[in-house]
Design a binder for this molecule. Structure first.
Ligand SMILES: Cc1cc2nc3c(=O)[nH]c(=O)nc-3n(C[C@H](O)[C@H](O)[C@H](O)COP(=O)(O)OP(=O)(O)OC[C@H]3O[C@@H](n4cnc5c(N)ncnc54)[C@H](O)[C@@H]3O)c2cc1C
Length: 443
């Protein structure tokens, strides 16, 4: 019987294990250093804020694994020997495998800042990080967060929920503007400030200063300002967690390099989830995709391959969602920070500055390329369908009502959006009657 070993019990590794079990009788072992059982990393902030307990973030009961003959080992893998097909664990155990799946996720970036390893300086990634922030937030008089991305803003929300004053250092000229177009980025700048977060744009961290007990007592910015604080969040992005593979024969780039089948350069060794890096990016996607649903997709794909049905990873249309304090964000297809030369844009913003949509389309053919929506919830399956059907921006605007997923009593804005589009483009578009079939028939 084939012996499959998976390193990492996050969404990627766990999905692979579940699907291999569905398809085979193979021996399956999952090794992970962080926690005994799989939990939802995306919910860490809600545990901190008291909305849920850690146990609520575990999607499976603890008996599930034994019942499904998936062995769980809590250990750190120190090294991989691909010639003998063995792993060495931190407790000295040598573990053989036939097929190895690397699903070791990411770690927060630390750029060698002086003081980055002081007490009360932390990233927000692991359960241990959650424990650290919980401990040090108890007597925190001011926190400084370094790095303006999705995790930074989550950390800011967590801390202000406990009435801790937060200074937020963002190196860029505007929040997350490498990803968001200028309008959305500015909307979020304003929203952050409205939450009394001290947002410092174009400001980087120079060093972190210790008190007499080895805990942070202040930071110094690149403009020479000293800010007194006793908690620092490092949220300047993440990178693949692969340092334990440096001495192996497995080819590494920024992540573990894989082909479309998620295979590494060594036969019977695969990599999935945040730690995998495509040799060649798929369409316009990043070669490393550090998001939840792609980890799940890769887990399903690799399970098929390992069970004899070699399958390519085909993630389909890009989508993502997040939350910036009170504003929900969704994106489908591509809306780059700046339009490409054959692209045109349409932007609508609600007068209160908490909702907007931004459409990207081809200037000549009018083909719909992507949409950002803030503060209005949309149906994923419809945008996916319209992108697949290569619908025009006009079709999308006239059927926007079909995609709106907000509850009925929420204010609807489609008429206002169409009026603005007509005014700016000299057109006469009308909202179409709701097409219930396309709303409810998925796929
Ligand atoms: C705070 C936060 C919020 C997020 N919110 C969102 C969101 O809203 N939407 C979204 O799409 N994505 C979100 N993400 C990203 C998403 O959580 C990750 O993309 C996803 O969890 C990665 O899954 P994974 O299975 O690849 O790896 P991981 O979940 O990182 O699991 C890998 C596991 O392997 C273990 N490990 C690593 N090396 C070893 C070793 N040598 N030996 C043993 N064990 C090892 C690690 O400790 C870890 O437990 C968020 C991430 C964070 C941190």
């Amino acid at each position: 019987m084939k012996n499959i070993v998976i390193i990492g019990n996050g969404i990627a590794g766990i999905t692979a294990a579940r699907h291999i079990r569905k398809k085979s009788d193979y021996k399956i072992t999952i090794i992970s250093a962080e926690t005994a059982y799989f939990f939802s990393r995306t919910a860490l902030m809600y545990i901190f804020m008291g909305h849920m307990k850690f146990e609520h973030t575990q999607p499976y009961e603890n008996w599930f694994w034994k019942k499904n003959r998936i062995e769980l080992l809590k250990a750190y893998v120190n090294s991989v020997n691909t010639e003998t097909k063995e792993l060495v664990l931190d407790n000295g155990t040598v573990l053989p495998y036939d097929d190895l799946i690397i699903a070791t996720g990411s770690k927060p970036n630390k750029f060698g800042w002086p003081g980055q390893d002081l007490k009360a300086v932390m990233g927000l990634y692991s359960k241990q990080d959650l424990e650290t922030i919980t401990k040090y937030s108890k007597d925190c008089h001011r926190a400084v967060i370094v790095g303006g991305g999705l995790i930074g803003i989550e950390m800011a929300e967590m801390l202000i929920s406990k009435n801790i004053p937060v200074t937020f250092l963002v190196r860029e000229t505007s929040f997350w503007n490498k990803v968001l177009p200028a309008q959305e980025s500015e909307m979020i700048n304003q929203h952050i400030k409205e939450h009394a977060i001290d947002l410092r744009l174009e400001t980087s961290l120079s060093k972190i200063i210790s008190d007499e007990n080895g805990r942070v007592k202040a930071i110094v910015t690149d403009v020479g300002e000293t800010i007194a604080c006793n908690l620092v969040g490092l949220t300047a992005g993440v990178s693949p967690n692969i340092s334990f593979l440096k001495k192996s024969n497995i080819k590494l780039g920024r992540g573990v390099l894989v082909n479309r089948y998620l295979q590494t350069n060594i036969s019977n060794v695969y990599a999935i989830g945040d730690c995998a890096e495509q040799h060649k990016s798929i369409d316009e996607r990043n070669a490393i995709e550090a998001v939840w649903y792609t980890g799940r997709m890769m887990g399903e794909t690799v399970a098929r391959t390992v069970c004899g049905n070699a399958s390519e990873y085909t993630p389909g249309n890009w989508f993502n969602s997040a939350k910036f304090l009170d504003i929900e964000y969704q994106t489908y297809g591509w809306v780059w920070a700046k339009p490409k030369k054959d692209e045109a844009r349409f932007y609508w913003e609600h007068k209160e500055g908490k909702k907007c949509i931004h459409l990207n389309y081809n200037k000549e053919t009018q083909q719909f390329i992507g949409i950002n929506t803030f503060g209005i919830r949309m149906r994923h399956h419809l945008f996916d369908k319209w992108l697949k059907e290569k619908q025009s921006v006009i079709y999308v605007l006239e059927h926007l009502k079909d995609a709106n997923f907000d509850p009925e009593f929420y204010q609807q804005h489609e008429a206002e959006i169409l009026t603005q589009y007509n005014r700016e483009n000299g057109t006469n578009l009308h909202p179409r009657k709701k097409n219930w079939k396309q709303i409810f028939l998925k796929g």
